[in-house]
Ligand binder design. Sequence first.
Ligand code: ADP
Ligand code: GN1
Ligand code: MG
Length: 356
Amino acid sequence: MDEKLFGILRCFQLDGEPISCEPYGCGHINNTYLVTTTSGHRYILQRINHNTFKNVAALMENITAVTEFLRKKAEDPRSVLALVKTHSGDSYVYAQTTYWRVNEFTEGSICLQTPEGDEDFYQSAIGFGTFQQMLSDFPADKLHETIPNFHNTPDRYRIFLETLQRDPMDRAKDVKAEIDFVLAREQEMSILQNALATGELPLRVTHNDTKLNNVLLDAETREALCVIDLDTVMPGSSLYDYGDAIRFGAATAAEDEKDLSKVEMDLNLFRVFTRGYIKACPGLTQKELQYMPLGAKTMTMECGVRFLTDYLDGDNYFAIHRDGQNLDRARTQFKLVSDMESKWDEMHRIVKEETK
Ligand code: ADP
Ligand code: GN1
Ligand code: MG
């Protein structure tokens, strides 16, 4: 095992001595490792991406506050992410010029990149919906805004325009169709943000990164078990969470699929997630329900804009494993948006039916 990683692990209160530490998972932001110790205990070690999260202390305060709050309400201890403290009682350590944390590996769980059936996706809706519902009385003013304007879509659009104007890699000339796709949708990208600003939509504590692979399912029952990846928990709109989950989980292909003919927004999966989210989160307002299709579309558009911006900028934010991967990711998102536009009336009809 890498001696450096071993040194970092020694800072934490582990059960046994670490014997292996292997790269794990499919995240785009942090570096994740699966750790096993001499006692057979397993942990997740993460290098926190300091470029993305400028204030790691604030980030860890958020996670500590939210997990402690949830743990008081939880029946099953496995249902809440459990941080492991360092020997000095901290929730993270600064070592080798960066920040590290450890949490318990949730045994007996599975993490899916795509749903293997409707029920898996339904369960993820129950997981994220329950998370929202359980945090509805969390004091939101206790949370730090760790990435300001994270899901402020018009602000993401503004950064896109700035990057396009700079065009530092001279890539804009090759992606004219994608750029035009974004420019044509400027107006509607502001609707949710405006509704939040006027109070038409309530401000809630949200997860903000509700990809299917951020909720663990119980391997045996396949029921929702534990919401993970709490880095982006901040005040926001429930439609950020609902919309981002549809964006990722109702897609018929991977986020970086090159063959766009495979990429669609599956209406059945859309229905399944909508059903679960509404069930788990009965406090949603009429406006939130009414804006669900727009939430899905806005979050997909926003993510596409972020991928395209990062492509134009030289791939500095989202980790890539091959050239052009961020452009491929942007293209799948725009394909999903087009598909939603063609299914718009049906999406509204489904939300109405699932609300009854
Ligand atoms: P990122 O922000 O990079 O997506 P995550 O916190 O989502 O990081 O972790 C990456 C992956 O590691 C997850 O998708 C999951 O597969 C795995 N993972 C993270 N925490 C746990 C846990 N407590 N138990 C089991 N697997 C986990
Ligand atoms: C990032 O960390 P990960 O892979 O769960 C990103 C999300 C994007 C997602 C796209 C902090 O999530 O906002 O929707 O990639 N997280 C951050 O796959 O920017
Ligand atoms: Mg993740």
